[in-house]
Design a protein around this ligand. Structure first.
Ligand SMILES: Nc1ncnc2c1ncn2[C@@H]1O[C@H](COP(=O)(O)OP(=O)(O)OP(=O)(O)O)[C@@H](O)[C@H]1O
Ligand SMILES: [Mg+2]
Length: 370
């Protein structure tokens, strides 16, 4: 039993099922992020937890109490939306304490709670203003303040940062992480931004088409993606996925891949289980940062392979330089340190950290497991 259990939950609108048998158990204090492309069902699932949408089948429990049919106001949850939904005619202070007032909390307690939250979110100087007199980031803080002041069992966030500019979004992301570290509250947070998902979460549910594709820690999702969708959705630039063939050399499985001129390179796998795939086509997954120059290769890896391939384009990006090449007939990106000496047209010896390589079944697109 978790703190929040989503048990075989399904949602249909009319005859269309938009969420299919979702099973997630969230522990107390966990920061769960629901991530996925637009329309995959993130908000629907969050709204079902909140009680704003009915559950078509299955069960949602908070602290082992079945929540199906329980009114949102009786679930002891607080929700922060993308649109801040502040009351325009109330001051910031009134917006924050309105919910407490409705629940009959006496004024001195309300004021104390408000002062604490305002201090935490650094909005003390804004308490007498109206929402119309605030910036987007300040409104977002107020919306969070209103949620925090209620000390709920579970916080639900639906893309709370997506209306903010890039810089502010990164700042607020850190603020939210700090808040979670300080308060230890259970959070379910929706975003379509994979970086937000990686940086904030203790676990991530990657969703697509109404299915949870994978549920795991950020590291698990990044290193051992369940399938090609997860592999390419999480990480920027995306994981390279290219056709390869498994061949056995010296009793060890290798990925045979075509270089720019059609000649073949054999890169040794670390996973012995791929021996079963001898002679068969696979899709090889290699993250850009695992293809480097020799100096940049991961020293902790026990499986660095080399290959010489022609560089097509170099793109300096400050701290890194992105290098593109043809591999397996696809455009493949390598992420090098900015001081790597690379130029277009050059035949360059790359180091590939094969310890991090993954293989996918081309038919199912699932990762081939041990
Ligand atoms: N009231 C509704 N009636 C019918 N279909 C709906 C309704 N609300 C949502 N849907 C459908 O359910 C699916 C999931 O929608 P949802 O809003 O949960 O997606 P989302 O992952 O939050 O997307 P976004 O990132 O764009 O917010 C979509 O295909 C959407 O069209
Ligand atoms: Mg949504």
């Amino acid at each position: 039993m978790g703190f929040l259990d989503i048990d075989n939950a399904t949602k249909s609108y009319g005859s269309v099922e938009v969420l299919h048998k979702v099973d997630i158990s969230v522990q107390e204090g966990e920061f769960l992020v629901l991530v996925g492309p637009s329309g995959c069902g993130k908000s629907t699932l969050l709204n079902m937890i909140a009680g704003l949408e009915e559950i078509t089948s299955g069960e949602i429990r908070i602290k082992d109490q079945v929540m199906n049919g329980v009114h949102p106001s009786n679930r002891n949850i607080a929700m922060v939306f993308q649109s801040y939904a502040l009351y325009p005619n109330m001051t910031v202070g009134q917006n924050i304490t309105f919910g407490l007032e409705m629940h009959g909390v006496p004024k001195p307690e309300r004021e104390k709670a408000m002062a604490e939250v305002a201090k935490l979110l650094q909005i003390e100087q804004l308490l007498d203003r109206k929402p119309g007199q605030l910036s987007g980031g300040q409104r977002q803080r107020v919306a969070m303040g209103r949620a925090l002041v209620r000390e709920p069992d579970v916080f639900l966030f639906d893309e709370p940062l997506s209306n903010l500019d890039a810089k502010l979004r990164v700042d607020m992301r850190t603020e939210i992480k700090k808040l979670h570290q300080n308060l230890g509250t259970t959070i379910v947070y929706v975003t379509h931004d994979q970086i937000e998902a990686m940086t904030l979460s203790s676990r991530i549910a990657v969703m697509n088409g109404g299915y949870v594709q994978q549920l795991g820690t950020p590291q698990e999702i990044y290193d051992t993606p369940a399938n090609i969708f997860v592999a390419t959705f999480m990480g920027s630039p995306a994981m390279n996925v290219l056709p390869a063939k498994v061949v056995m050399l010296n009793g060890r499985p290798h990925a045979e891949v075509a270089l720019f001129d059609g000649s073949m390179a054999q890169l040794p796998f670390s996973q012995d289980n791929l021996s079963h795939w001898d002679g068969r086509d696979i899709l090889l997954g290699i993250r850009p940062e695992t293809i480097t120059d020799m100096d940049g290769a991961d020293r902790k890896s026990s499986n660095i392979a080399t290959m010489t391939n022609r560089i097509v384009v170099t793109e300096p990006a400050g701290s890194d330089t992105f290098v593109s090449m043809q591999l397996g007939g696809r455009d493949v990106i390598a992420r090098m340190r900015s001081d790597a000496e690379v130029a277009p047209g050059q035949d360059f010896t790359f180091a590939v950290n094969m310890e991090k390589a993954v293989a996918f079944d081309p038919e199912t697109e699932n990762r081939i497991q041990g």
